[in-house]
Design a protein around this ligand. Structure first.
Ligand SMILES: *[C@@H]1O[C@H](CO)[C@@H](O)[C@H](O)[C@H]1NC(C)=O
Ligand SMILES: *[C@@H]1O[C@H](CO)[C@@H](O)[C@H](O)[C@H]1NC(C)=O
Ligand SMILES: *[C@@H]1O[C@H](CO)[C@@H](O)[C@H](O)[C@H]1NC(C)=O
Ligand SMILES: *[C@@H]1O[C@H](CO)[C@@H](O)[C@H](O)[C@H]1NC(C)=O
Ligand SMILES: *[C@@H]1O[C@H](CO)[C@@H](O)[C@H](O)[C@H]1NC(C)=O
Length: 273
């Protein structure tokens, strides 16, 4: 699939918009191992957050932590720590989903305490977690709504982002899986909560699809989830592209956090943001 070449017109006209965010506005990333940082190595695992710093004029703060889901990021106090660092006017991008799957309280979730209920509804389940206490586990959408409300309560702006793809190729390894359920749940919540949605999933899928299975798989040398540094750069560039191409609440002011050279990445917008 070729990316269609829709120029970044929205970006070019930004100077006329309101002067927020200020130079002090920070951009936080709440995510998992696919975005976390593993040091300045050139082989092995690297997360895309490692490569995002030069693309922002505003301070970029990567709070991604390997192995975390929405539920465990909150339960372990990582979310409270992030909120504590956040000031009014800041942006917090929430890109989760890789560790939210499974069945709460059973099977692979025992000892990990990270699986959530599917979907975006209000249903709950009570499980005994590894502390021996009963825990009310909610849906992915419910945890996202909590994060959104927490950020709005302190005057920060939430942004939801679709997760980067795993190397799941179909049709004889010719077609990379496009639709990922946690991305779809995020998108649904972005609509009901009137939050900007970054189509990071679609931009990363498009890039890996363009490379093809053999080239893309080289960027996942350890497993089908974690990129090496080359793959992390692909996911970083697609993340920035998803901001340049985003269309939704606060899209224009969020773009002002990007450094001018972000537009030099050279990838166009997909037909649908
Ligand atoms: C963007 O510009 C900054 C400063 O001019 C530079 O340090 C950085 O490497 C550039 N980033 C990219 C991705 O070109
Ligand atoms: C919040 O940050 C302050 C320093 O800025 C620190 O002293 C405090 O322990 C932090 N609280 C939490 C819950 O992380
Ligand atoms: C276990 O459940 C208790 C009670 O809801 C909760 O306070 C705690 O954060 C949970 N622990 C973990 C590791 O998820
Ligand atoms: C297709 O992908 C699977 C999973 O990565 C791999 O095991 C297999 O070798 C691939 N087949 C070809 C022909 O590349
Ligand atoms: C994300 O991009 C895909 C592929 O272009 C498109 O089908 C989908 O509608 C987009 N979603 C949103 C919320 O923009």
């Amino acid at each position: 699939m070729k990316l269609s070449l829709i120029p970044f017109l929205a970006f070019a006209t930004l100077s006329a918009t309101k002067p927020t965010p200020t130079a002090e506005s920070k951009v936080f990333l709440c995510s998992d191992s696919t975005a976390a940082e593993y040091g300045p190595q050139t082989t092995g695992i690297q997360g895309f957050g490692y490569y995002l710093y030069p693309f922002f004029t505003s301070t970029f703060v990567n709070r991604a932590r390997g192995g975390r889901s929405t539920r465990s990021f909150i339960n372990e106090g990582l979310w409270t720590q992030l909120l504590n660092l956040t000031s009014p006017g800041d942006y917090v991008v929430i890109e989760m989903g890789h560790n939210d799957g499974g069945t709460p309280g059973t099977g692979g979730d025992v000892g990990k305490d990270r699986a959530v209920l599917s979907g975006v509804g209000e249903e709950t389940v009570v499980v005994k977690n590894s502390t021996g206490k009963d825990e009310v586990v909610r849906t992915f959408g419910s945890y996202l709504r909590q994060m959104i409300a927490d950020l709005r309560a302190i005057g920060a702006t939430p942004v939801l982002s679709g997760m980067v793809p795993l190397m799941r190729w179909n049709d004889g390894n010719t077609t990379l899986q496009k639709t990922w359920r946690f991305t779809e749940y995020s998108r649904e919540v972005s609509k009901t909560e009137n939050v900007l949605f970054l189509n990071h999933t679609a931009y990363s899928v498009a890039r890996f699809q363009e490379l093809g299975y053999a080239e893309a798989k080289k960027m996942f040398p350890n497993d089908d989830t974690h990129t090496n540094s080359v793959g992390a750069k692909v996911n970083a560039e697609s993340f920035v592209t998803s901001i340049l191409c985003a269309d939704g609440p606060n899209a224009a002011s969020f773009r002002e956090t990007l450094s001018k050279n972000a537009t030099e990445i050279g990838y166009g917008c997909l037909g649908v943001a």
